[in-house]
Every structure is written in C-alpha cells, then in structure tokens.
Design a protein around this ligand. Structure first.
Ligand code: GYE
Length: 327
C-alpha cells in the first residue's frame, strides 16, 4: 500500500468511527428518557399502525414509553396528560381526538416545563403551548382526493356522498375543506350527503347504508369520498350488499393508504387513496432528542408527505409491500 493509500485508509476509518460515535451519542441522547403517549384509541388500521410504530421507535431509542389508550374520549386523554405531568415525564406525545378543549391541560404541562408534541392531528390552542405538531397537510390530502375525482369524472354529472371523520377533529374539518377546494368550480360535482362515520369500518358501513337508502338504492350516487380508508372499506361492503359495484357504479376515493384499501383496489372495488404515513413518532422523537441534546427547538409544524395511489399503481404489489409495516 502506498503512503497515500495508507493515509486515505486511516481517514476513512476515522470518518466511520466518528459517524458511529455520533449515532451512538444521538441514541444515548434518548437513552433513559421517559415519554408519556396519550393515544386516541384503535379506531382504524392506520391508528393501530401508528401505535405499533411509536412503540417500536421508543424501544429502538431506549425511550421508556408510558402508553395510555383513551378509547376515543378526550376526558381520558386529559386525565392521561395530568397523570404524565404528575409522574414528571420528560415529554408528552398526544394525538388529540378533537381540536378544542386543550388549553388548560397544555398550560399545566407548560408550567411543569414538560414539552408536548402533537401527533397526526392539531389543536385550536396557542402554539406556545406545544413544542411541535407532526402531521400531514390534511387540507392538501382532501384537495388531492377532490382533484382526482374531478379529473376522473370530467364533465359527467356526479353526486357525491361523503363519510366524514370524527366530528370536531382536525382531519375531519380540514379534509372536508380540502376536498371542497378540489372540486370547486365544477358545477357537475355535488356533495349530496355528508355525515360522520367516526373513522371506523362499522360506522362507515352503517352510514353508507343510510346514504344508499336515501338515494334511490344508490342509483343517484356517482362517488364516495371517505376521510379514511377504514370507512371506505365498510362502505364498500354496504355498496356490494345493495347489489351495486363499488369502484364502477360508485367510485371510491379515501385517505390513509392502509393495506386493505389496496386489496379493494386490486379487486376493482376502490379507485384512489392518499397516503398518510403512520410513522409520526420518528420525526417526533428526532425533534425531542435534538431539544434534549442542545436545546434545539423544532418548527411548530413538522409536515409528513402525502402521495396519491390509484389502480394504476399495481395495488396488489403495494399491498404486499405495506402489510406487516406496522399494520
Ligand atoms: O386518517 C384515521 C385515524 O388523525 C389523520 O385518524 C388521523 C386519522 C386517520 O382514525 O385513520
């Protein structure tokens, strides 16, 4: 080996050792942190995946995660946050089931100097009351869904029924707003019925059954827009039981991109979905580690990507890739 090659080899080894030390130091930053996580519940496949991935991320980083399932109730989340504050945790993660009613408990966390990070939903509260919100652009997701439908139906008259998410939640508010922006100016597109299905398959099926009954057995319905895939999957069942073909008689567009919507797409029973990553905890823990390491404050919004999938994207293959990724 020439002297130059020896020097290059030495510096390459030094560089690798530095990176390794850095990674270990970063992990060391999280080592021993105690973080309280108030999760909404397990209303959808996406929510269950978020929980799985959050626990995996915490374990990988040596974080002691205190998990509390609120069974969809805000009062249970507020109780959990107060318990975390009393325990003196290092930080709190919360997926807020609805957007309002958080000021008091967030003030208490601030007084206790415990940073709060919002996951996948936002709150109507002073931004100084939380460190950051890790969410997608919920309005954009709805707009992408609306624009896809407008492009797909062209000038054909199209009566739309809408399954909204949990009433008062930021995704239900913002995805409705975005979808309406996406179809704005299209006189042939009209939302004729809109009701909450609470992000669940069961309720999605029930409400779709009522829409079908109210709209001449579904003959008047051209498309379903569901604020998440779970409600869409429930609605697809109702459409089939009414003797209609989901995906052709009634177009189906929704949001989340969970594995089962790709099975429906592969069967021609769903048409499009907008992807929402269930890994909100990764960016959240990264921000927390940076803060703990040297006081770096993250931006108030850490935005996750959204991507449209349609039947043209080899849904069977996507299903195979996605299943097991926490779902
Ligand atoms: O789309 C749905 C879950 O808060 C954006 O909540 C999230 C939504 C997600 O129930 O599946």
């Amino acid at each position: 080996m020439t002297p130059r090659e020896e020097i290059m080899t030495f510096f390459k080894a030094l560089a690798s050792a530095t990176v390794l030390a850095g990674c270990m130091f970063a992990t060391a930053q999280a080592e021993g942190l105690v973080v309280g996580f108030s999760q909404i519940g397990s209303e959808s496949g996406w929510r269950a995946a978020e929980t799985t991935l959050t626990k995996q991320q915490a374990e990988k980083r040596g974080i002691d995660l205190k998990f509390a399932d609120a069974q969809q109730k805000q009062e249970n989340q507020i109780k959990a946050l107060r318990s975390f504050i009393a325990q003196g945790v290092d930080a709190i993660l919360v997926a807020p089931v609805v957007a309002t009613g958080w000021d008091e408990v967030l003030e208490e966390a601030k007084e206790a100097e415990i940073p709060v990070i919002l996951l996948d939903r936002t709150v109507d509260a002073d931004k100084e009351l939380y460190m950051t919100a890790v969410t997608s652009d919920l309005v954009h997701e709805g707009k992408v869904a609306g624009e896809w439908l407008a492009k797909t139906v062209g000038d054909k008259p199209c009566n739309i029924v809408e399954l909204q998410g949990t009433t008062g939640s930021s995704p239900a508010i913002d995805r409705k707003k975005g979808f309406e922006e996406g179809i704005a100016g299209k006189a042939n597109l009209k939302i004729v019925r809109s009701q909450t299905g609470d992000f669940t398959r069961t309720k999605g099926k029930e409400v779709m059954e009522s829409f079908l009954k109210a709209e001449d057995g579904g003959k008047n319905i051209c498309a379903l827009y569901a604020h998440n895939d779970d409600m869409a999957v429930g609605a697809i069942q109702a459409i089939k039981e009414a003797g209609l073909k989901p995906g052709t008689d009634i177009l189906v567009v929704s949001i989340d991109a969970v594995p089962d919507i790709f099975l429906a797409m592969a069967a021609g029973e769903a048409n499009a979905t907008v992807e929402l990553t269930p890994n909100m905890a990764g960016p959240a823990f990264d921000a927390l580690e940076a803060y703990k390491k040297d006081g770096t404050m993250p931006p108030k919004w850490i935005q996750t990507e959204s991507k449209l999938y349609t039947q043209a994207d080899n849904p069977q293959k996507v299903y195979e890739e996605k299943k097991g990724l926490g779902y």
